[in-house]
Design a protein around this ligand. Structure first.
Ligand code: IPM
Ligand code: MG
Length: 371
């Protein structure tokens, strides 16, 4: 019998459905080529969930996720509609952050790779790109200011309001994400830059202490500490100095977008959100790091690569199918090498570049998987 895997595909809002279709197209090509059985079940989330079942994360969708080996997630939230409902019910909090917390997905891996073929799309001068950029942002995903309590807005007697978010980390939370970072660095170029704000934040001091202690278990990995503001600057000045960047939740959110710009576009950035491995399989939610981009939704303009590459990460991390994952990543590289470009990575000066739509990009990647 062929290996069988159950996937929950939650496309969500905006460009979610159209990039999800392309990712499923590519997964079907992988299934055929590698003789697998991928049971892909689609379910609504985000505004699609609210419209279908009254909630951003409908009970049936959550149940489906629980039964599945992995979740392929699109994107959620629509800025025009979000303000019409209480903030706790909005898709980002009620679906995405809830899923992360519900499944304990504390480790978010965001690989940022600028290939030679996309050098034109990188905003940095060629001499700053060196031999190419290859960074793994390891972002803590279930702690920090995103989830710390109290989190509220209150009215002040004197008039006006006061908003409170709480940044909180425990030793154990920092330790487990640090281990993920060091293990990843070990398999890469053996350098880990730990990002913090230890000059101002209590959290930063604890972060630095714990990471320094965990580093002793990884003597083969070079550890460096960097303040987050400097990290943001160094990404622009000399991105080639980084291998693994280890960040708390919010710093990782911000720096991964900045790093994605170096890779040409947010439309190129996949991500894997993983919890603790239990038994053989690692459950994960795989999603592009970009948003719903409602301005280009439904126009066949969106770049499906982040979604497709997220499916590639799923094959690797949750299903342990390195060959299949490599086939996806190679197919993406081939199609980029051939000059196919969605609008976000298209530069007219690049003589080789040919502008294509979402569907043509997906078709080409699926075809490249199949050969
Ligand atoms: C991301 C996104 C989310 C985050 C939003 C949509 C809640 O920006 O995955 O980076 O801030 O984590
Ligand atoms: Mg973000």
């Amino acid at each position: 019998m062929s290996q069988a895997f159950q996937i929950a595909a939650l496309a969500g809002d905006g460009i979610g459905p159209e990039v999800m279709s392309e990712a499923i197209k590519v997964l079907r090509a992988v299934e055929k080529k590698f003789g697998l059985t991928l049971k892909i079940t689609e379910a609504p989330v985000g505004w699609a969930g609210i419209d279908a079942a009254g909630k951003a994360l409908p009970d049936a969708t959550l149940a489906l996720c629980k039964q599945s080996d992995a979740v392929l997630f699109g994107s959620v939230g629509l800025p025009d509609r979000d303000p019409t409902i209480p903030k706790e019910e909005r898709p980002e909090r009620a679906a995405l952050l809830r899923l992360r917390k519900e499944f304990g997905l504390f480790a978010n891996l965001r690989p940022v790779v600028l290939s030679k073929a996309l050098a034109h799309a990188c905003p940095l001068q060629p001499e700053r790109q060196g031999d190419g950029i290859d960074i793994l942002v390891v972002r803590e995903l279930t702690g920090g200011m995103y989830f710390g309590q109290p989190k509220l807005t209150e009215n002040l007697e004197a008039g006006g309001k006061r908003a409170i978010d709480t940044m909180v980390y425990t030793t154990a939370e920092i330790e487990r994400i640090a281990h993920v970072g060091f293990r990843a660095a070990r398999l890469r170029h053996k350098k880990l830059t730990s990002i913090d704000k230890a000059n101002v934040l209590e959290n930063g001091v604890l972060w630095r202490d714990v990471v320094t202690r965990v580093a002793k278990e990884y003597p083969d990995v070079a550890l460096e500490h960097m303040f987050v503001d400097n990290g943001a600057m160094q990404l622009m000045l000399k991105p080639t100095q980084f291998d693994v960047m280890l960040c708390e939740n919010m710093f990782g959110d911000i720096l991964s977008d900045e790093a994605a710009a170096l890779a040409g576009s947010l439309g190129m950035l996949p991500s894997a959100s993983l919890g603790q491995t239990t038994g053989e399989r690692t459950f994960g939610v795989y999603e592009p790091a970009g948003g719903t981009a409602p301005d280009i939704a439904g126009k066949n303009l969106a770049n499906p690569i982040a979604q497709i590459a997220s499916a590639g990460l799923m094959l690797e991390y949750s299903f342990g199918l390195s060959d299949a994952a490599n086939a996806v990543h190679k197919a993406i590289a081939k199609v980029i090498g051939d000059g196919l470009r969605t609008g976000d990575i298209y530069i007219a000066q690049d003589a080789k570049a040919r502008k294509v739509g979402t569907r043509e990009m997906g078709d080409a990647i699926a075809a490249a998987v199949s050969v």
